[in-house]
Design a protein around this ligand. Structure first.
Ligand code: SAM
Length: 333
C-alpha cells in the first residue's frame, strides 16, 4: 500500500518520502562529460514545465508532506526568474528546507539575491581545482568564476557551503586530496560522489568508476578521518572530519553501498514527470494532467502513483543490469 494522507507520503516499503528534487531546466551552460553523455538538443520551451506549474506541483507536494525541496537541473541559475520561484517557494507553509544545487558559474552575481529570496542551503559542483582540467571536464574556461561563486556563497552566510565532487578514475581522481584539503582551510563540506552510469551504456563506463572505499582509503593517508554523526534530516553521505578541520568530508556511494532502504526522495523532471528513483527510468507523466485541466486532487494522486512505483532498491550496476536512458541534465541530479 502506498499512501498520501495525513501521515505524509509513505511508500510500499514504509519509507516516508519527504524530499522532492526539482529540475527547473534541462539547459546548462557547462557540458560536463559524465553528465551530458550524448549530443542533445535542449527541450523546446513548450515541453518544459513553466515556473507556475513547478510552483503548483511543489505546493501540492508540500501539502502532502514534502518538507524538503532542492532546485536543480540542468543549471538552475540559467532559468530566467528562478529567483522569483525561490521567493515564492520559501513562503510555502510546511516547507522546512529549500536548497539549490548549482555549477557555481553564475553564483557570484546571484548569491546575495538567492539568500534574500529565502534560499537556505546551497551545493556547488566542482570536480577539480585545476583550471585546465576544469576546461577538459566541462568544456568551459569558467573555473575562476566558480571559485568566486563558492566564496560569494560563503560570504552571504550559506552554511555549510557543500561542494560536490564526482570522482572518476583516471580523470579527476588525482584531485581528491587537494579537494579534501579544502575542508582543512574552510568550513566547507566536501562530498565525494560515486560516478553513476546514467544516460550511457554501463559496460563502457566501468573503468571510470572508483568506489568510495578507495577514495576514503586514499584520504586517510592525509590524516585520521573522525566520524561525524548524521542528524535525522541528513542525506546519505557518510560524514567525517580531519582532526581540527573547520570543514567536513562526506562520501556518497550510491553504486557500491546503496542507501535505498532509507531513500526519502522523489524527483520532478524539467519535462514534467515524477520519478520515484534517480537510478531507474520509471516515471509518471504530470505535464499532461497539468495542461489538461487536472485539479489539485487529480495531481495529488500522481504522487501516490509515483510512490507505488518506487522500487525497494535500485538495480543499476556496471555489469549491464539496468540502463538509464535519460540524461542526468533532464532528470536533475
Ligand atoms: N548544474 C547543477 C550542478 O552542476 O550542480 C545541477 C545539476 S547536476 C546534474 C547535479 C549533480 O549531478 C552534480 O553534482 C553533478 O556532478 C552530478 N552528476 C551528473 N552526472 C553524474 C553522474 N553520471 N554520476 C554522478 N553524479 C553525476
Amino acid at each position: 500500500m502506498t499512501s498520501a494522507n495525513s501521515k505524509g507520503l509513505v511508500d510500499g516499503c514504509k519509507r516516508s518520502v519527504t524530499y522532492l528534487r526539482v529540475s527547473v531546466t534541462d539547459r546548462c551552460n557547462l557540458h560536463c562529460r559524465y553528465c551530458i553523455t550524448h549530443k542533445t538538443q535542449w527541450l523546446p520551451k513548450g515541453q518544459v514545465l513553466t515556473l507556475e506549474e513547478i510552483y503548483r506541483m511543489v505546493r501540492i507536494a508540500v501539502g502532502l508532506g514534502i518538507t524538503k525541496v532542492r532546485l536543480t537541473g540542468g543549471e538552475p541559475l540559467c532559468r530566467k526568474d528562478v529567483l522569483g520561484l525561490v521567493a515564492r517557494l520559501s513562503r510555502l507553509n510546511g516547507l522546512e528546507d529549500l536548497s539549490l544545487t548549482t555549477n557555481g558559474t553564475l553564483l557570484a552575481a546571484k548569491a546575495r539575491a538567492l539568500r534574500q529570496a529565502g534560499l537556505q542551503r546551497i551545493n556547488i559542483s566542482l570536480d577539480t581545482l585545476d583550471a585546465a582540467m576544469f576546461r577538459q571536464l566541462t568544456g568551459s574556461d569558467l573555473f575562476e568564476q566558480v571559485w568566486r561563486g563558492i566564496m560569494a556563497a560563503a560570504d552571504e552566510g550559506f552554511e555549510p557551503v557543500k561542494i560536490n565532487t564526482v570522482v572518476m578514475n583516471g580523470c579527476n581522481d588525482a584531485q581528491i586530496e587537494r579537494l579534501a584539503d579544502l575542508s582543512r582551510q574552510y568550513p566547507f563540506h566536501i562530498r565525494f560522489i560515486e560516478y553513476m552510469p546514467i544516460g550511457i551504456d554501463p559496460h563502457g563506463s566501468q573503468d571510470r568508476f572508483m568506489p568510495m572505499d578507495e577514495v576514503r582509503r586514499r584520504l586517510e593517508r592525509m590524516g585520521p578521518l573522525v566520524p561525524v554523526a548524521n542528524g535525522r534530516s541528513d542525506g546519505p553521505a557518510m560524514r567525517f572530519r580531519f582532526e581540527n578541520a573547520p570543514g567536513e568530508i562526506g562520501f556518497i556511494g550510491a553504486m557500491s553501498n546503496h542507501f535505498c532502504h532509507r531513500c526519502n526522495r522523489i524527483r520532478l523532471t524539467a519535462d514534467g514527470h515524477l520519478r520515484p528513483c534517480l537510478l531507474s527510468d520509471e516515471q509518471v507523466d504530470v505535464i499532461g494532467p497539468l495542461r489538461s485541466g487536472g485539479s489539485d486532487a487529480d495531481l495529488s494522486t500522481l504522487f501516490a502513483e509515483t510512490l507505488a512505483r518506487k522500487g525497494d532498491e535500485h538495480h543499476l550496476n556496471f555489469c549491464g543490469n539496468g540502463v538509464i536512458r535519460t540524461q542526468m541534465v533532464t532528470i536533475g541530479g
